[in-house]
Design a protein around this ligand. Structure first.
Ligand code: MTE
Ligand code: MO
Length: 161
């Protein structure tokens, strides 16, 4: 469930802006991001290895970020890319349930990890919860296209479990 959360009005400042790309492309950092609402979501992340981690994440709803970039109705997928080039392609319905998270269990992610943000949404596998998010890009893939063909996992492995 989403709920507005007043504990997190202060976003940690980001070292690199986040690009959101739809019909318009926006580069969002400090002040622009702090204008957007923060929500919390409790999500269990399931990894291919079978491990499960449940945490409460707080961040900006993906829907808010995409609205700011005027995303087309034709969008089928959201490409989420890290600052190291790790890139995942997520069904837009699943992505719209997600958050660009800055906090895990009430603590800024950066206090415990070497990255500041994480793309969190229920219903995708752990590998698609991209850490150190640099880009959110709306895409329209034809029904015959393979979403995995636009993914890239080899360029960065330091954040894998
Ligand atoms: N940027 C980035 N995000 C990433 C990865 C990565 O290598 N780079 N690995 C993914 C994989 S394969 C998994 S299983 C989870 C691991 O998250 P954890 O460290 O919280 O268990 O992060 C995902 N997000
Ligand atoms: Mo993984």
């Amino acid at each position: 469930m989403n709920s507005p959360d007043t504990r997190f009005h202060e976003l940690p400042s980001l070292s690199t802006p986040i690009t959101v790309s739809g019909n318009r492309s926006l580069s969002l950092s400090g002040e622009a991001l702090s204008m957007l609402p923060i929500e919390t979501k409790t999500v269990t992340i399931k990894c291919a290895s079978g491990t499960r981690n449940t945490a409460t994440w707080a961040g900006i709803p993906v829907l808010e970020l995409l609205s700011a970039a005027d995303v087309s109705d034709e969008t089928t997928h959201l490409v989420v890319e890290s600052d190291g080039g790790y890139r995942m392609c997520v069904d837009i319905r699943a992505a719209l349930d997600g958050l660009l998270a800055f906090f895990r269990d009430g603590t800024p992610i950066l206090e415990c990890e070497p990255y500041e943000t994480r793309f969190i949404t229920p219903g995708v596998d752990g590998a698609r919860t991209v850490k150190a998010v640099a880009l959110l890009e709306a895409r329209h893939l034809s029904p015959s296209a393979d979403p995995e063909s636009v993914e890239e996992i080899s360029r960065e492995e330091e954040y894998s479990a």
